[in-house]
Write a protein that binds this ligand. Structure first.
Ligand code: PLP
Length: 488
């Protein structure tokens, strides 16, 4: 393919791909390949074996979330091992919680359980899903800045391993639930260290001006309060400095502040753990360059060890809570192409002085199955999935079918210029925060989720039907129940 000058309206980071048909292993699931017909296939290791995207689309429809189960298992096990090794290097241990809000169904809980990870939940519903997935409640952590009394009561009664206290008022709420049930509830205290991790503003969660955690200055009094209550057991401090973080600096600076506080609190008794949080960044598109989790983890644990040594304290057991790093790249979304428009951009000209054109490719889903571009201006990567093409690259925008101009799935990418209705597109790295943020906007039904393993697919969450949409519509249900009166 000839080398092209990039379109003037393309962002600087977006290179014109050398090969539009290439599948970048840094972005896509491990088992996704092109077969000899050029079709994307989840391979079973045998040449041209496995299941093709056409077969998946025919069997389950589109849009379709597809999770490469082996990829998930390998990533989750690899990250667990990396974090455990990073901890072992400094003479301690690491507990790894999967932050389940990234993607949650009972099947995933089962995988996480089998892999020996713990799990974080952030609501009564997520807690119910984790319990239904069969994981030992002692391996569940409950988060949230506004847990209801019912959520706290249930968490205490099933015996979750940790509740993360997010405000002073919660200390009393958790203590009184534990007292009523004659239990001792282990708790962590979430601290807002004031550190701004290097990430999109909306995702940064440890700055001063936000709703999570308690300020460092308040920690001694609150920990004293926890310690003085015989129905609570203080596990340690907790931080979560943001999401989609590439550089360890934010983790390190925040951890230093946390460890200084941890050291100060040791005067009042033992503190078994320190929770560093999650937020490890991933590659959403070929231009991204996320570091290996192990690299970031080593930098963090080295800094933790140095700080503990400086303060003359024992290194505590560590805990981490990655979400997207486990599941993000394991998932893709398949869409069917509907309408296509070449939109002339009047304020920009290309290298030949012609008006720049952006190809708007509309697919059969959109912001209801992937809200992240609209929510965070997140960027995604797409390829033509059902065939290869040798057509010229065309600057494209993949958009959904919703009544919003912000309904964008892939804001900036190149697709072959001959992309046509009924082609299948695959969007990479949709395993995290797509299904979990999905909605019924415009009365679209949420897509099914399929897990692929050994080249065969199995439904793990069925897609919604129109009947599901009507099931909660009271007038509709009442009229359906009412006896039908024949009109004459
Ligand atoms: C969302 C969240 C995580 C996981 O974030 P990722 O970016 O998916 O790793 C971890 N801990 C807390 C408290 C969270 O809210």
């Amino acid at each position: 393919m000839a080398l092209h000058t990039p379109e003037p309206v393309a962002p600087e980071w977006l290179a014109v791909p050398k090969d539009l048909n290439a599948i970048d292993a840094r972005v896509w699931p491990h088992n996704l390949r092109r077969d000899s017909n050029g079709e994307l296939t989840f391979t079973n290791g045998v040449i041209d074996g496995g299941i093709t995207v056409d077969e998946l689309a025919n069997q389950f429809g589109t849009p379709l979330y597809v999770i490469d189960e082996d990829d998930f298992r390998a990533r989750a096990a690899g990250i667990k091992k990396a974090l455990e090794e990073a901890a072992a290097r400094i003479g301690t241990t690491a507990k790894v919680y999967y932050a389940s809000k990234a993607f949650l169904c009972t099947e995933i809980v089962h995988w996480v359980d089998e892999l020996g990870l713990s799990i974080d939940v952030a609501s009564g519903g997520e807690l119910a899903a984790a319990l239904a997935g069969g994981i030992n409640p002692a391996r569940i952590g409950l988060h949230g800045n506004n847990k209801s009394l019912a959520e706290i009561g249930r968490a205490v009664s099933v015996g979750v391993g940790a509740i993360v206290v997010d405000s002073e008022i919660e200390i009393e709420r958790i203590a009184s639930a534990a007292q009523a049930q004659e239990k001792v509830q282990p708790v962590r205290l979430r601290v807002n260290t004031g550190v701004h991790a290097n990430t999109h503003d909306f995702l940064a969660t440890a700055r001063e001006d936000q709703k999570f955690g308690v300020p460092l200055a308040d920690v001694p009094a609150l920990v004293a309060k926890i310690r003085s209550d015989r129905h609570l057991k203080f596990l340690g401090l907790h931080q979560h400095v943001g999401s989609q973080i590439y550089s360890p600096e934010g983790f390190i600076e925040s951890s230093r502040r946390l460890i200084a506080m941890h050291a100060e609190l040791l005067a009042g008794g033992e503190i078994p753990e320190l929770n560093i949080g999650g937020g490890f960044g991933i590659n959403y598109k070929p231009a991204d360059n996320a570091p290996e989790v192990s690299k970031v983890a080593f930098a963090i644990t080295d800094a933790v060890a140095a700080e503990c040594q400086r303060l003359g304290i024992k290194v505590p057991a560590l805990a981490f809570e990655p979400g997207r790093a486990l599941v993000g790249n394991s998932g893709i979304t398949l869409y069917n192409v509907g309408t296509i428009k070449d939109v002339k951009l009047s304020d920009a000209v290309d290298a030949k002085g012609l008006p720049a054109v952006r190809k708007y490719v509309s697919v059969d889903g959109g912001m209801s199955d992937n809200a992240r571009p609209a929510l965070y201006e997140a960027e995604y990567h797409t390829v033509l999935a059902s065939r290869v093409s040798s057509a010229e690259p065309a600057l494209s925008r993949v958009v959904g079918k919703h009544c919003e101009s912000g309904d964008i799935v892939v804001r900036h990418d190149y697709l072959p210029a001959d992309v046509a209705p009924n082609d299948l597109l695959a969007v990479a790295a949709t395993g995290a925060y797509c299904y979990s943020l999905s909605s019924n906007y415009n009365w679209l039904t949420r897509p099914p989720v399929v897990a692929v393993r050994g080249g065969s697919a199995r439904l793990i969450v069925r897609g919604e039907t129109e009947a599901d949409l009507f099931a909660r519509d009271v007038r509709f249900q009442e009229s359906a129940k009412a006896p039908k009166i024949e009109k004459s």
